[in-house]
Design a protein around this ligand. Structure first.
Ligand code: AMP
Length: 219
């Protein structure tokens, strides 16, 4: 299956993508994670992306589309993938459509995670992520680790993403509404959008998502 996950920052895309990718046996491809890996390794791409990420802006399309395409053409992605954070605007969506189309492929579904804005802000403010694996996500009040600052899963150090501060979150939300939301209409025109509520327990949201994808595949 080839799936795109959309939703505002804090909707739980990364958390859900990790579970869904495992359930569906496809790789989880997160452009945010790819950028953060490049930044921590100090690559030229990371240096280019950092200023945009720190400001809550989108990294330019020329950089992002090439990076996403490279990752999608790796051998583990031949039978499908779950895209998290890409595409993030209509230009990227059209580039993705064209590059899949050139290989005779197409997306199967666009899973839209819906969550009210006040919930998003609360979720992001308390979010703590493991340095070893970005799928290990905690929240200081909703899902606290057993030991403060330490990942329950692997013992890694938990940190707050630098772009999770309030001012940058507001900027990211504004960018989401302006740039990313229009891709939902773009894909609605192709009959691909499946919307679910991202409220409630992580496992309930995963179950809801799996059922919605199954219903969609059967339709
Ligand atoms: P995320 O981890 O998906 O929240 O992404 C973190 C940041 O990486 C975003 O706020 C953007 O600055 C950048 N980023 C991630 N994916 C994209 C994309 N598809 N296009 C442009 N910028 C992106």
């Amino acid at each position: 299956m080839r799936i795109v996950l959309v939703g505002p920052p804090g909707a739980g895309k990364g958390t859900q993508a990790a579970y869904l990718a495992k359930n569906l046996s496809i790789p989880h491809i997160s452009t945010g994670d790819l950028f953060r890996a490049n930044i921590s390794q100090g690559t030229p791409l990371g240096k280019q992306a950092k200023q945009f990420i720190d400001g809550g802006e989108l990294v330019p399309d020329e950089v992002t589309i090439g990076m996403a395409r490279d990752r999608m053409t790796q051998s583990d992605a031949v039978n499908g993938f779950l895209l998290d954070g890409f595409p993030r605007n209509v230009t990227q969506a059209k580039a993705l459509d064209a590059s899949l189309g050139a290989d005779g492929l197409a997306l199967d579904a666009v899973l839209d995670l819906e969550v009210p804005e006040d919930e998003v802000v609360k979720r992001i403010a308390g979010r703590r992520i493991c340095r070893n694996d970005s799928a290990h996500v905690f929240h200081v009040s909703y899902n606290p680790p057993k030991t403060e600052g330490v990942c329950d899963v692997c013992g890694g150090e938990l940190y707050q993403r630098p772009d999770d501060d309030e001012e940058t979150v507001r900027k990211r939300l504004e960018v989401y509404h302006r740039e990313t939301e229009p891709i939902i209409d773009h894909y609605r025109g192709q009959g691909l959008v499946v919307t679910i509520s991202a409220l409630g327990k992580v496992t309930d949201v995963t179950e809801r998502a799996m059922e919605a994808l199954k219903r969609d595949a059967a339709a």
